[in-house]
Design a binder for this molecule. Sequence first.
Ligand code: GLA
Length: 394
Amino acid sequence: MMGAAPRMSTADGLARDAFERYFNRPPRWIASAPGRVNLIGEYTDYNGGFVLPMAIEARTAIAAAPNESERIVLHSLALGETTTIDLSEPLTPEIRGRWTNYFRGVVAGFLEASIKPQGFDAVIRSDVPLGSGLSSSAALETSAATLLEAVTGVTLEPLQKVLLCQNAEHTFAGVPCGIMDPYISSQGRAGYAMLLDCRSNVPSWLALDDPAVTVMVINTNIKHQLSKSTYAMRRKACEEAARMLDVTTLREASMELLERHSGAMEEQALHCARHVIGEIARTERAAACIRRGDWAEFGQLLDASHDSLKEDFQVSCAELDAVVAAARGIGLAGGVYGARLTGGGFGGCVVALIESAKRTEIERAIASAYLRATGIKATIFVSRPAGGASVIEV
Ligand code: GLA
């Protein structure tokens, strides 16, 4: 046995069964890593700010066993596709958008660090919804990195592993993402939300175990094409704003400083900076709310975050706004403290903090209001903060 979770979870068991069916033999290792929901602190990670995500119960598991070759044979259960990675050649990205790039990028990171795995067969099985702002890509990368640690017998330093996964996303998937997703996916702790200072990369763990409140995730089941190209554009606008304000990152800026320079700034840089500076402050306040169990104020911060992401950062869309409107319609009286889009935006999910006792009514009311407004069926689930990546040897 190795890793943090010696017992086989449901995700692990399903991956093992899938491996046995596909390769007709049992796996030797099963690695898994969770998706995440970001409670607050959106688009603050690459600006050196604070983020406040938690790992969710949905996981991406990879079951694997050695083969007698210099190749990784990788089967995705969800897509019904198999790909081969030749370990005797330098690895390059495949065509943009291919799921294989996440795994290839992680293998390339190991090879670059002169850690070479033996050949193996593997099956990926995930219940993290793809492309929904719940970090399915980081779950796959982190799960892959955790598997490769087991295969090679080399355990990376925690931050090295996070950075390796982030780099895979940059160089192989082509998204200049921040550090939040691989960090929470690999380090997540059951029962805790993570306040991560993305300037020092040091986390604080906040117990989120009050049974009276529940984190609800509402998937709009929409993904607009815009999301990837806009991500890079927004990042550029933030960097441009930091340059104009003469600070290293927007973490060092204040609303007063922004105000003083606003006349000389491009509209987009100004708006992006206003969101980021405000969001960093909201995230610190939200962490304080969790510490003292002030759910009403926490909910107000969620609402303010959504408004800022919609008006200033401009990453919302009609479907996300429809869910948030439905949640606000229910309001405190009906047990909803607050709601906001979570993750990159342009579709994907809304996160809401609700009164646990009113879950069923809230779920029903949001689903029907969303269906009425958009004609689309939402997928709704709740999750307690879950544990991070783990691996077992079977
Ligand atoms: C994506 C990125 C993260 C972060 C969020 C927005 O999930 O992977 O690094 O920037 O968007 O908060």
